[in-house]
Design a protein around this ligand. Sequence first.
Ligand SMILES: *Cc1c(COP(=O)(O)O)cnc(C)c1O
Length: 376
Amino acid sequence: MSEIYPPFEPPRRILMGPGPSNVSSRVYRALARPTIGHLDPAFLEMMNQVSDQLRLLFGTANRLTFAVSGTGSAGMETAFVNALEAGDTAIVGVNGVFGQRMCSVAERCGARVVTVEAPWGEPLDVGELIDTWRAHEDARLLAVVHAETSTGVRQPLEELGAALRESETLFVVDAVTSLGGIPVRVDDWGIDICYSGTQKCLSVPPGLAPITFSERALERSRSRGGSVQSWYLDVGMIASYWGAERSYHHTAPINMLYALHEGLRIVLEEGLETRHERHRSLGERLQSGLTERGLELLVAEPYRLPQLTSVRLPDGVDEGAMRRELLDRYGIEVGGGLGPLAGEIWRVGLMGETCRWENVLSFHAALDELLEDNGT
Ligand SMILES: *Cc1c(COP(=O)(O)O)cnc(C)c1O
């Protein structure tokens, strides 16, 4: 059998796509540490530290701050299934794939979904979101994506949070690609439920979804008429494992939590401000290198994410073939376009560990060679 199935040795890659990003050797060492019981007092103490670390990253004092056992999409489902009951109204901003995904999740909860849309590559109009909310003040939640990874757009949040703060409507924010790359301030911005993922700017392998619930969001889940549609993602039950009771709900992904703990230690050692500044300055260098080469960026400057750049490819270039060459010849992974942008753009990530000057240089150099070979 061992001849049929040799050990899997992944090729060396620079992960400059929309996630996952490169992982530090410190995090790999943490993953390899001995598995202990999920109710072992030593493990429970480490979980408390993970909650504390996440509170610092999210900028919140929320008691219920933890990591969902699943990828970023599980964080999204956790937000929606706990906040929504069948028949509720949900207002969702849609200007890319992840806004669309939020609509599908909300519909599966039986919600009536009201969308506010913007063209892919542009932010949502905050005035339009607020007007839509005023027309549906009974809405249970209003949800937007902070960093739309399908386009590279940053959505401004402060004004929206201020408008919703005194209302009955919960403010839900997808921070999967923003947390650890650009500032996220849950309490200052009045966010009620905010979720993220491990494999973007936190540079931990995919598998967990950090999430935080305000007291009123938690109260909303507790006071609902029926039980939460998902047994696995019911925060009431999960809170009794992450909280003081420590009662068994499901077995925590123990080694993934070691990895997240180490990844968050790295983030906090660097310091959030320094980390944001690293992403800002290197993202800008990546982007200015692209425009200097005559390439067009999809997103207007004020809304451009530093950690995810969408660039239009020159006419006549076979996007898929060139992306494959970038991977095979240079070991660099980038993402293609999604939806209406398929075949039109590349999505170039500079997230967490990947966000290094040498990767910017390598990408620019590889792109020069590829464009020359393709006769552009
Ligand atoms: C990646 C991503 C998700 C989904 O995360 P998975 O880990 O792929 O499940 C959700 N929202 C945004 C903005 C993302 O970038």
